[in-house]
Design a binder for this molecule. Structure first.
Ligand SMILES: [Zn+2]
Ligand SMILES: [Zn+2]
Length: 407
């Protein structure tokens, strides 16, 4: 994942700009290409060269910390999500950190399966198998808490293993074991066992940082949920399913305040835009609508041109046998909501507490659109108490307390 920079001077300031650097994999010879139509061309070239000279003097290689010579290479640090400048020598290093993808020159940690970590990332990873398993279990209970208003994720029939790279590669390559998920960190092979029960063995790559591990676990649990809840007749694109699973992982990271992992999910391109549409659908219509689409949506994938179609549901599907969801009313279009802002429930404990207001769950400090009657309002959730929630509605400066209705 690196590119040689094509640096071109900015016609306005004369400073070098890197807007033209190419995406990963493309190499560019260092060149200065001022716009030939520009009248002040020569002046710009001089400015550019001066700027370049200053900049090069100031540049240190992100790997060896030595000053960079004539050629600068940009390599994306996949952990910090920054473009880093690398020198001629370091770009040739074959050793790369498996988390950030940066070349590694010294102070590396090598795992038994040959993977290498840079000094920074080696501090973040969970190397103990039992600890990793515990974190994965925690991720599963958090997930169930987070979505408790809407659904439950498969539980006792999920088996989690923490595996080295070598084993992960074998799993993926074993003939007949169709890879159900292209994520490089996790693998699930759901199957129906004797008695018609689903079994979901999940493998998660060892040596991941705590929250990446949790995100991967949540993603794979998303696949397990799909197997058990989406009718087998539903013809859904692979990328749509991946987008849904990424949404599950994203929501868990959001719930855990893990901005870096949220960014990693946002920047991951493998669902080809489906994740973004799921996130948008979830933000606009709530998770209930997302689930309905997963089960009975009329499209193979979420259409970019018409994101509203996430509300379109197949009536014939609804009439047939339904998996899981029992008595919830199933309607075409938006899910029914109360006439006023209503606190439907409070779940979780302590800082993990969630308040469900109409069709939307909030943690303390979160804001979002809530539908009521035939309109909506942006609500800021200030505090969640045992039987009430303190909110502020956008456009009104007064706080309101909504109480749980006694049943
Ligand atoms: Zn270097
Ligand atoms: Zn690294």
């Amino acid at each position: 994942m690196f590119s040689r920079v094509k640096q071109t001077p900015c016609a306005v300031t004369g400073w070098l700009s890197e807007k033209d650097s190419e995406p990963a994999g493309c190499w560019y010879w260092f060149s200065i290409e001022p716009d030939p139509s520009h009248v002040k061309r020569h002046l710009i070239i001089i400015f550019a060269l001066l700027g370049l000279a200053c900049e090069l003097r100031a540049q240190l290689c992100a790997v060896c910390n030595q000053s960079i010579g004539i050629n600068v290479y940009l390599v994306k640090d996949k952990v910090s999500n920054e473009q880093k400048r690398i020198c001629d020598n370091c770009i040739l290093l074959n050793t790369r950190c498996y988390l950030c993808g940066m070349p590694v020159k010294s102070n590396m940690t090598t795992l038994d399966d040959g993977r290498v970590l840079c000094a920074r990332d080696s501090k973040e990873v969970v190397l103990s198998e039992s600890e990793a398993k515990q974190i994965a279990e925690d991720a599963r209970s958090e997930l169930n808490r987070l979505f408790s208003r809407f659904t439950t994720f498969p539980d006792t029939n999920v088996l989690i293993a923490i595996v080295p790279r070598t084993q992960m590669d074998q799993l993926v390559q074993t003939p007949g074991f169709d890879r159900q998920c292209p994520s490089v960190f996790g693998y699930i092979r759901s199957r129906v066992a004797q008695g018609g029960q689903w079994k979901h063995p999940i493998s998660i790559l060892s040596g991941l940082p705590k929250y990446r591990l949790m995100a991967v676990c949540a993603h794979e649990c998303g696949h397990a949920w799909v197997r058990e809840n989406v009718p087998s007749s539903r013809d859904m694109d692979r990328e749509a399913e991946e987008g849904f699973c990424e949404l599950i992982a994203y929501r868990l990271m959001e719930y855990s305040n893990q901005q870096a992992e949220m960014n990693a999910i946002r920047n991951n391109l493998y669902t080809r835009g489906q994740f973004d549409l799921f996130l948008e659908g979830d933000k606009t219509y709530g998770f209930y609508t997302v689930m309905q689409w997963m089960k009975w949506g009329t499209d193979h994938r979420l259409p970019e041109e018409e994101p509203d179609r996430i509300r379109r549901i197949d009536e014939k599907g609804l009439a047939g046998p339904r998996p899981v969801f029992g008595s919830a009313p199933l309607l075409i279009g938006p899910t029914p909501v109360p006439e006023t802002l209503t606190l439907i429930g409070v779940s979780g404990t302590g800082s993990r507490r969630l308040a469900l207001i109409n069709d939307r769950a909030f943690g303390a400090g979160e804001s979002g659109k809530v539908r009521f009657a035939s309109t909506n309002a942006t609500v800021h959730c200030l505090e969640i108490r045992n039987n009430s929630v303190l909110i502020e509605v956008e456009g009104s400066s007064e706080e309101q307390e909504l109480f749980l209705k006694s049943k």
